[in-house]
Design a protein. Structure first.
Length: 489
């Protein structure tokens, strides 16, 4: 069923069921349908055919109305990130020819300060008595939205996505991810990024409830969890860890499904999630802004993984093959599915690798029996240290087996220009650092000496990108003064 028909059906069959809950307002399905339909009518009069509309919202309710208003009007929405600095925001507006802008209250102040004239979408909508007849402009292959990559591997790229791609993705994958009409889903992070926005659209399409502060604030998440019996969380692993670290455990007792994506989920963190409740499940998905959902794995209690790479099952309808196989079953992963994006907007950076109806993910992978895949990481993740080819994932796996948390392995050069392996991991308590000799002994049983890190740097927390992912490009150099670290060799 298409997004417009699903919204109409939910407004008719469960009109007073909450669709979106923010820290200040509750929006039911009837009000969402009516507000979106009214906005769609205004957009048809204001926006010329073929033009796009920019959405600049932190508020979840204003964002939901704006997105569905554009969808009903048949107008593509450019999802602008409120976390961008002003210079980047202006750059993007100029790139897309200063489109008509929809915003919330906070966004209006920012945009007007930049000389823009946006249309404010209220979050406190009037009560509605009757279900509106939604007049949707529908073409399955028309452009639904432009969403930007997080920029964690470079400058944000503008990904063009058709309406049908997300409708197919939701129809085939929602059940696997626990998105049902009974789901009350907490999204603790920003909604202007692919993971959060998809969760919002998925929840509304399946008749559930999205509960969101609009950005990560521990107090706002606490307030919402105290009043709403959330049974599902969708977030990047870094934000799930912050929830476990900063929130009272009783606030998480009602959770039954935790869904993570956007970055690898460390096995230690998965086990922490599974200890929240005997009934809880933890599903990690592998995907991208360019491909939507690709594969998933359900983490099991007390499971140990010999390698930290993602090994999962392809979602229904996803087909894969490898390019440039290295002779050991490893090659660049190419994906063909109805969920794939159209491509990058030609006015911005980026170009997808293509092969017939497949596009490249950018990761090395190995295809396994029973429709499974092992993800090995990006092209550049292999290090060459003194003539030895070294995969950071192998070192990370050994460090995890030694009990270290979320290790990240990088190569640096010291003052004498010698290559050195540096591993970073979380270790919140500086009084409990491991013994260097004991750790070196454990690693010698798992790795050749040349693969043992020279330095082990302990961080109390990760630097985060705007989307809440670990920012591995801004880790401190091992020579930075004041770091807690161990010299292993």
């Amino acid at each position: 069923m298409d997004l417009a028909s699903q919204l109409q059906q939910n407004a008719r069959t469960r009109p007073r069921h909450p669709a979106v809950i923010s820290t200040t307002h509750v929006l039911d399905y009837l009000s969402l349908a009516a507000s979106s339909n009214a906005l769609a009518g205004k957009l048809r009069q204001k926006v010329l055919p073929g033009n796009r509309v920019g959405i600049y919202c932190t508020d979840p309710i204003a964002l939901a109305i704006s997105f569905h208003g554009c969808m009903l009007a048949g107008i593509s929405a450019i999802i602008l990130d409120p976390a961008w600095p002003s210079a980047r925001l202006l750059q993007m507006l100029e790139l897309f020819d200063s489109p008509t802008l929809l915003c919330d209250r906070d966004g209006e102040a920012v945009l007007r300060a930049l000389g823009q004239n946006p249309v404010r979408v209220p979050s406190d909508v009037d009560d509605v008595a009757a279900v509106p007849a939604l007049t949707a402009s529908y073409d399955a292959q028309c452009e639904l939205l432009v969403v930007f990559t997080s920029g964690s591997s470079g400058s944000p790229k503008a990904v063009m996505r058709s309406r049908d791609s997300w409708e197919q993705s939701i129809a085939r994958c929602a059940t696997t991810l626990g998105a049902t009409k009974d789901a009350r889903t907490m999204v603790p992070g920003p909604l202007a990024h692919g993971l959060g926005l998809y969760a919002l659209v998925e929840s509304i399409a399946t008749g559930g409830t999205i509960v969101a502060p609009g950005r990560w604030k521990a107090q706002d998440v606490t307030t919402l969890l105290e009043t709403e019996n959330c049974n599902r969380v969708v977030a990047v692993p870094s934000l799930v860890r912050l929830m476990l670290d900063q929130l009272e455990s009783n606030l998480l007792a009602t959770l039954r499904h935790v869904v993570t994506g956007g970055e690898p989920l460390a096995s230690q963190l998965a086990q922490r999630i599974l200890r929240v409740s005997p009934q809880i499940t933890c599903t990690e998905y592998y995907g991208s802004s360019e491909h939507s959902l690709i594969a998933y794995r359900a983490h099991q209690r007390s499971a140990t993984y010999s390698m930290p790479e993602f090994i999962g099952t392809f979602f229904d309808g996803v087909r894969a093959h490898l390019h440039a196989s290295q002779g050991n079953g490893v090659g660049r992963l190419m994906i063909a599915s109805d969920f794939n994006a159209t491509g990058y907007d030609p006015r911005g950076p980026g170009e997808l690798e293509r092969c017939k109806d497949s596009t490249g993910v950018g990761d090395l992978a190995r295809l396994l029996p029973e429709n499974r895949v092992q993800i090995l990481g990006r092209h550049g993740e292999m290090l060459n240290i003194n003539g030895n080819n070294i995969y950071p994932a192998e070192i990370s796996a050994a460090l995890e087996q030694c009990g270290l948390i979320q290790p990240v392995v990088q190569a640096h050069r010291d003052a004498a220009d010698r290559p050195r392996i540096t591993a970073y991991c979380l270790f919140p308590d500086p009084r409990m650092l491991p013994d260097a000799l004991e750790l070196h002994g454990e690693l010698k049983n798992l790795l050749p000496t040349y693969k043992i890190p020279h330095d082990l740097v302990f961080l109390s927390d990760w630097p985060l990108t705007n989307s809440g992912k670990r920012d591995v490009f801004n880790l401190p150099l091992p020579t930075t003064a004041g770091l807690r670290k161990l010299r292993l060799r």
